[in-house]
Design a protein around this ligand. Structure first.
Ligand SMILES: [Zn+2]
Length: 366
């Protein structure tokens, strides 16, 4: 009898120990308040709670499907990445060399309406396209790319799509896993900033490539300048010192300077294509893009609305989530503009550009 009682007691104690160890485990991975965070995670004092800190990678990965103050930051850019992946697949499907690889997925990838089946496979990554188009315009023959039925090379367009995907995915991974440790936090934050620089540089490729396709010296000058500026920014942003919260405004300034250096080729392009009817459409899209990015950056820097009511926007509606949405909107506006540039260059080849450029050059000389 006594033995039975002591066995029951032992069982009860064993159960209690197990429960308390489970509770300890839960306690380690519960969501924290701002003041409980390790110093390196204290980034936004207006978000008061729902933080994950020092979580194992497995738990951080699982937190993709639970509520904390980074859930919407992860999902906004993860969905943005999937959207751009879908757009990339749609455009890849129009390239004969690649389309057969996508056949198993063809039931859900619609064919691109802008590019048609007369796509010339030789022009995909063919840098010589511009040379042949340039020579066709200089020889004053009427054989522009439109009349020959060929299309401009697509790689600048895919550079933009790839840059956007890299930025959105690295941002998403950063928001999901940077709660793991100080080391990973530093690494992912720097990759995230590098991703923004890559996206900005990549965004320059379609407009500059297609606008100046027949003015190769301008094309080379603008594309190499922005690439050099981007590399400089990446080297700068990879320094641990500059990725600290203290330098938030500096980073915003650096990204804005990169983006706004596009004003120079943009003004040049508008002057060269003053009479081009599609000028206003692309300008409207690019202005919308600039407006989206600027508005997003204002939210990023000012940390509005959470500074007006700390704690009220911890889970949803804080500045970083709004910034993410504006980034996606800006990228989509630029995507729409890139499609117009591509279609325009496909339709006119180099004749129009060559003529207008030479008119401008002649006017400038005289
Ligand atoms: Zn972010």
């Amino acid at each position: 009898m006594k033995n039975n009682i002591s066995k029951k007691k032992k069982n009860k104690e064993h159960k209690k120990k197990k429960e308390s160890s489970n509770m300890k485990e839960e306690k380690v991975y519960k969501l924290l308040r701002y003041e409980e965070l390790p110093e390196y995670m204290k980034e936004n004092e207006f978000i008061l709670a729902h933080y994950r800190a020092e979580w194992p990678l497995k738990h951080a990965a699982r937190s993709l499907f639970s509520w904390h103050n980074e859930t919407l930051n992860v999902w906004t850019h993860l969905l943005g990445f999937l959207l751009f992946l879908g757009l990339t697949l749609v455009h890849l499907r129009d390239i004969p060399q690649v389309s057969h690889l996508l056949d198993p997925f063809s039931w859900y990838i619609p064919s691109n309406t802008i590019e048609n089946s007369s796509y010339n496979p030789g022009k995909l990554f063919n840098a010589e396209t511009k040379a042949s188009l340039a020579s066709s315009s200089s020889s004053s023959s009427s054989s522009s790319s439109s009349s020959s039925g060929s299309q401009s090379t697509r790689w600048p367009f895919f550079i933009f799509l790839s840059g956007s995907m890299f930025c959105l995915l690295s941002s998403s991974a950063c928001h999901l896993f940077s709660c793991h440790s100080h080391g990973l936090n530093l690494l992912l934050i720097r990759v995230d900033y590098a991703g923004i620089a890559v996206m900005i540089v990549a965004s320059f490729f379609p407009p500059i490539y297609y606008i100046f396709q027949c003015d190769t010296h301008w094309q080379l000058l603008y594309l190499s300048s922005i690439t050099a500026l981007g590399l400089l920014a990446v080297v700068n942003l990879l320094s641990p010192h500059l990725s600290t919260p203290k330098f938030r405004s500096y980073r915003a300034l650096l990204f804005s300077a990169m983006a706004f250096s596009g004003i120079i080729p943009a003004v040049h392009a508008v002057v060269v294509n003053w009479s081009e009817p599609r000028r206003n459409i692309t300008l409207a899209y690019e202005l919308a893009m600039a407006l989206f990015y600027v508005t997003g950056t204002v939210f990023y820097v000012t940390r509005v609305p959470e500074r007006w009511n700390p704690g009220a926007f911890d889970l949803a509606g804080h500045s970083h989530q709004i910034f993410h949405l504006f980034v996606i909107a800006g990228a989509l506006a630029h995507y729409a503009a890139a499609l117009v540039f591509l279609e325009w260059r496909d339709s006119i080849g180099c004749d129009h550009q060559g003529k207008s450029s030479s008119i401008i050059t002649a006017t400038m000389i005289s």
